[in-house]
Ligand binder design. Sequence first.
Ligand SMILES: CC(C)(COP(=O)(O)OP(=O)(O)OC[C@H]1O[C@@H](n2cnc3c(N)ncnc32)[C@H](O)[C@@H]1OP(=O)(O)O)[C@@H](O)C(=O)NCCC(=O)NCCS
Length: 153
Amino acid sequence: MSAVSPSALGLWAERGAARLVGVGVDAVDVPRFRRILGRRPGFAARYFTETERADAGRSVDPTESLAARFAAKEAVMKALGTGLGAFAMTDVEVRRAPGTGATRNAPSIVLHGGAAALADAHGAGPFHLSLTHTAEVAIAFVVAERSSSCAPS
Ligand SMILES: CC(C)(COP(=O)(O)OP(=O)(O)OC[C@H]1O[C@@H](n2cnc3c(N)ncnc32)[C@H](O)[C@@H]1OP(=O)(O)O)[C@@H](O)C(=O)NCCC(=O)NCCS
């Protein structure tokens, strides 16, 4: 194993941090989310795009998939250093990758409207997203890169 000097490590960490705008993580309690969906018929249409609802509809448990997408929207807010109300929830859209290879169904983020404007203002993008969900909890993890036009030299 080759030795890495502390100063080299520091430089590497600094460069890495300079390439990120932020990270965000969020967890949604799935049984609670299921109760909310059951009680509020308009909830899904209000907070999820047609694509998200259609994708979730193809999942074994659509509620788990919607809960993970809800977590993704909140994780994007954290990555951008903002909170609820900064933009419409439908301005953050989770899409599934098409195809047949190893990345099939991998989730990605597309921003619209107010979320896209806020990301531009922060020099953020592209975004990276990972989701996981069980009957109990849905978790989303987001990394917001600094867009290349804003990267320090
Ligand atoms: C990625 C994979 C290991 C996830 O397994 P899992 O334990 O069931 O997944 P989790 O319950 O933790 O998370 C589910 C989420 O993983 C994400 N996901 C699915 N496929 C993915 C992939 N290929 N890469 C990254 N994330 C993926 C989705 O967002 C999914 O949520 P959604 O269904 O609501 O959209 C599994 O789907 C897999 O092996 N995919 C490989 C792609 C494939 O089908 N290859 C076959 C040909 S090589």
